[in-house]
Design a protein. Structure first.
Length: 369
């Protein structure tokens, strides 16, 4: 009996030491690489930037997610000044900038609801939920002028906005997840989960990665990043008793294993993930790092295997941030195209919002308990 107790005690100590070591991989960073330091640099850059409009008319998804992740960062770091600025800037959308509020007829527009719903969660100001919830609701409310294909998706219980582009699995997931978080109504998270299973079944390839779309057989970095982030976000809030959870977790782990295999020696991932001669792209790499960090901290991934990979990615990513908080080597907005060279030739920008917010996702994931 004494021997058994001694063995159990030693196993407990070893487990604790191992867990501490793995946790340290994601907490102990050299000077200049601390998540709060990098996060502040990137979050405060938003203060000085103008609006990035979709089609020149409405607040676009890159700005929405930059704004939202900045709010989450301010909340985590208890930065009252940044919180105040981000809230006050939103006030303009209730007044003189009201015309910039996106309409509700596309996945790239309905996602905007995630921003006011986040503000509601932080402030409990009813104006935010009144503004944000219709963006989640209308994603499943079929408009009178819907096309036959859109009605067909709705008749199967999916969003009428379904189009089977991997980008959608963040756009749909984020607004439905936020609606679930602030209302507690299972319909929001359940329908997002059902949609996720559809996309996993239709788009995930045997190697764990995803084509940009069924007719575009290329493993585009940020496209796969949207899926990695979307499935991660969904798993964070999907109840354990969900009928969809086992399938989603299986798809997530299959993707993470493939991403680990394709991570470059420098810690990054390429614009086309499986093409060794393609350039290292920051926005997709940050999205993958976010999925790794969260998976390790949530216990979905083996920390011994994935914590070092997550750390390696973060250290590599920070080297692309300049003193103004601008991220370089960011692929610009990209539509699908059945042409491999098209992805090689996409312009790269510094400070493009597509690259700013994924870094804040990593920062926030590293800072969360």
């Amino acid at each position: 009996m004494m021997l058994k107790k001694t063995i159990l005690f030693l196993l407990t100590i070893c487990t604790f030491q191992f867990s501490f070591a793995q946790h340290k991989e994601l907490t102990d960073f050299p000077e200049g690489y601390a998540p709060e330091e990098v996060g502040k640099l990137i979050a405060y850059r938003f203060v000085y930037m103008g609006n990035a409009l979709h089609a020149g008319k409405w607040i676009g998804y890159p700005q929405t997610f930059y704004w939202k992740s900045g709010l989450n960062f301010a909340e985590l770091t208890q930065d009252k000044y940044l919180t105040s600025y981000l809230k006050n800037r939103f006030e303009l959308l209730f007044d003189k900038d009201k015309a910039l509020l996106p309409i509700k007829n596309h996945v790239d527009l309905n996602m905007f609801g995630s921003l006011p719903l986040t503000l509601y969660r932080i402030t409990e100001d009813k104006r935010y939920i009144d503004l944000g919830l219709p963006y989640a609701d209308t994603q499943w409310e079929v408009p009178a002028d819907a096309k036959a294909e859109e009605k067909a998706w709705a008749n199967k219980g999916y969003s009428w906005q379904t189009r089977l582009w991997i980008d959608d699995m963040y756009m749909i997931t984020i607004v439905q997840s936020e609606a679930y978080k602030v209302t507690g109504d299972r319909k929001y998270i359940d329908r997002a989960a059902k949609e996720m299973v559809l996309y996993l079944d239709e788009l995930q390839r045997p190697n764990g990665l995803f084509y940009h779309a069924p007719d575009v057989p290329f493993y585009w970095g940020r496209g796969n990043g949207w899926m990695a982030a979307g499935v991660t976000e969904l798993l964070r809030y999907l109840p354990e008793d969900s009928e969809y959870r086992p399938r989603i977790l299986e798809g997530y782990r299959k993707m993470m294993a493939s991403l680990k295999q394709y991570q470059q020696p420098n810690g990054m991932w390429n614009q086309l993930i499986d093409e060794a001669d393609c350039w290292a792209e920051t926005s997709g790499s940050a999205m993958f790092a976010y999925a790794f960090i969260t998976g390790v901290k949530q216990g979905w991934l083996d920390s011994k295997e994935y914590a070092p990979a997550a750390r390696k990615a973060w250290l590599a990513l920070v080297d692309y941030v300049d003193e103004r908080g601008s991220v370089s080597e960011v692929c610009v907005g990209t539509n699908k195209k059945n042409d491999k060279q098209y992805y090689y030739d996409r312009p790269r920008r510094t400070g493009d919002f597509h690259g700013q917010f994924p870094y804040l996702w990593c920062v926030n994931a590293l800072l969360e308990e």
